[in-house]
Design a protein around this ligand. Structure first.
Ligand SMILES: [Zn+2]
Length: 365
């Protein structure tokens, strides 16, 4: 009997817990995926990631294609071996980077997109075929289809065109060669327009992918309409496939999306916030540059099992941050990742106990 790629193991309202099966191991959902843009989660090594509770990491096709190139990574045994991580890896398609760096965008047509490299300004071309081929060579466990992700101020006509092209490109990527055991997810678009969301979802679902992402949200729109669109987008997707909200990582947003039936998340927020000297905690963000922490002997978060909280005080981490010591940013990165990974693991356990709503209300208070 063939094992399903994804199974739901528990439900609580629309929230669900499940298992996603990949070539490099099972991922228990809901899951937060730390972002390793350039084949590294900034300042954190793979053993530390594992200890923090990370099950799967994300790599960026755009960056790895331009530096050092997928040929070199393939020659050295693939992305897992190259970065020393033997767990599951998801690679994005590069679409988000190409379309979000608006001033580097040169031309979009039905064949693909031309843009200027952020590295050397050279014109580069990305097509659905190339995005699939790069990810095949990287050897990731989950490859994403190239899509067109527009900013929050896009017009309806622009969104409609993005939906059309995203489907056209998904069709062309559907049956291209894959790495051994590689899953392929399509990305739904449509912005906040629920009609277009439905169209995009139904066209992509008809093509039968291994899983589906909700793209084109968390791009600068207001939160309430974003959550409404998330509810609609999730409802248009098949119950038996994993759902991935791309680019959300603030604690409240992640819990709202889980409540709406989303299973997977990624965001640079925990590590980027760390590099600005801030900690994610159950009391909200702490800016360690603030003088009120100068004599604060408490850990960043009471009860947190991360390397920062088990050994060091807020006062010490503040000292490291204000002196721009590398250890300060590293400790904050480890803590912020642990905080988010623990939060999502807590959500999974609450769903399994059938207490997600009351647990979430407790956390958000
Ligand atoms: Zn901590």
């Amino acid at each position: 009997m063939m094992t399903e790629v994804f199974s739901v193991t528990a439900r609580d309202g629309l929230a669900r817990a499940g298992v996603l099966r990949t070539a490099h191991g099972d991922v228990r959902t809901p899951v937060f995926m730390p972002v390793g843009t350039k084949a590294t989660v900034k300042a954190v090594d793979p053993d530390e990631l594992r200890t923090l509770g990370a099950q799967i990491v994300l790599g960026n096709t755009y960056h790895l294609h331009l530096r050092p190139g997928e040929e070199l990574i393939a020659e050295l045994g693939g992305l897992h071996r190259f970065m020393g991580w033997d767990g599951p890896i998801l690679t994005d398609s590069g679409g988000f980077q190409v379309f979000s760096l608006r001033d580097t965008l040169l031309e979009v047509d039905d064949d693909g997109v031309t843009f200027r490299s952020v590295y050397d300004g050279k014109a580069e071309r990305l097509t659905p075929e190339l995005a699939a081929q790069i990810q095949e060579r990287l050897g990731s466990d989950i490859a994403m289809c190239l899509d067109i992700c527009l900013p929050a101020d896009a017009s309806r006509a622009e969104l409609e065109e993005a939906v059309r092209r995203t489907t056209l490109w998904a069709q062309r990527q559907r049956d291209l060669p894959r790495a051994a055991g590689q899953l392929r997810f399509a990305i739904t678009q449509g912005g906040l327009d629920l009609q277009l969301r439905e169209r995009s979802s139904s066209e992509l679902v008809a093509l039968d992918f291994d899983g589906y992402a909700i793209g084109g949200l968390s791009v600068g729109e207001h939160r309430e309409p974003m959550f409404e669109a998330t509810s609609a987008a999730a409802a248009f997707l098949p119950d038996e496939k994993a759902r991935y909200f791309m680019g959300i990582g603030d604690p409240e947003g992640v819990l709202e999306a889980i409540a709406r039936g989303v299973d997977m998340f990624d965001c640079v927020l925990p590590t980027r916030t760390a590099r600005t000297g801030s900690a994610l905690t159950s009391e909200g963000r702490l800016n360690l540059r603030n003088a009120r922490f100068a004599r604060d002997e408490r850990p960043l978060e009471e009860g947190c099992a991360c390397p920062a909280c088990t050994r060091f005080s807020r006062a010490y981490i503040r000292h490291l941050v204000t002196q721009q010591e590398i250890l300060g940013l590293r400790l904050l990165s480890l803590h912020n990742l642990r905080f988010l990974l623990d939060l999502v693991a807590g959500a999974r356990q609450a769903i399994e106990r059938g207490e997600f709503t009351s647990w979430r209300n407790g956390v958000l208070n």
